[in-house]
Design a protein. Structure first.
Length: 188
């Protein structure tokens, strides 16, 4: 493979692994939001149910602890309702999932471009133009993508088995590519 293809390949491989990493992080963030939503919704339902039971039971008994218990549960339900008003976890999860899907498209286009480079099925100028367009597309996806948390990043790291902060070895990238596109495999 001549030097121009090799330089383009390195650029596309970098774009590819960043899309893989970001895609997984966005997915993990969406999962975190949905787990939090389900947990809080369950607690909200339990609080509301127990508050109702507590209030009804105060009609038939005059225990102070039942009134206090009902008041505390009611405050818990109000807190959760206020949290849901302030943070729409379902919408946040949807935004992360959409960003993950957009990054999957970028990743797949990068893989196609790597295939073209390996096969040298397009000339260098055409590949360079496609690479430039894909970089613009990726930049737009990153610009629109919602923030992620350190926990999502750690979960993505665990899922992908990548070690290192934005320093990707050939092996790190190759672990996520099909055999024929791995840098470690020589063309036959």
């Amino acid at each position: 493979m001549d030097k121009q293809y090799s330089v383009l390949e390195d650029g596309v491989r970098d774009l590819f692994i960043r899309a893989v990493w970001s895609h997984k992080t966005q997915e993990k963030q969406a999962e975190l939001y949905m787990k939090r939503y389900i947990l809080m919704k369950t607690v909200e339902i339990i609080c509301a149910s127990l508050t109702s039971v507590g209030i009804i039971s105060t009609i038939f008994s005059d225990y102070l602890f039942l009134r206090i218990f009902s008041a505390v549960l009611s405050l818990g339900a109000v807190f959760i309702a206020a949290f849901f008003k302030a943070f729409d976890l379902q919408t946040m999860a949807k935004a992360n999932k959409e960003a993950a899907c957009d990054l999957l498209i970028v990743r797949n286009k990068a893989m196609c471009l790597l295939t073209s480079i390996k096969l040298q099925s397009k000339d260098v100028t055409e590949i360079e133009q496609l690479y430039s367009e894909l970089m613009k597309e990726a930049n737009e996806v990153y610009r629109r993508a919602p923030q992620t948390t350190a926990e999502a990043l750690q979960r993505a790291n665990d899922a992908l088995k990548i070690q290192g902060d934005n320093a990707f070895s050939v092996q790190d990238i190759d672990v996520n590519l099909p055999e024929a596109l791995k840098k470690g495999i020589k063309n036959e």
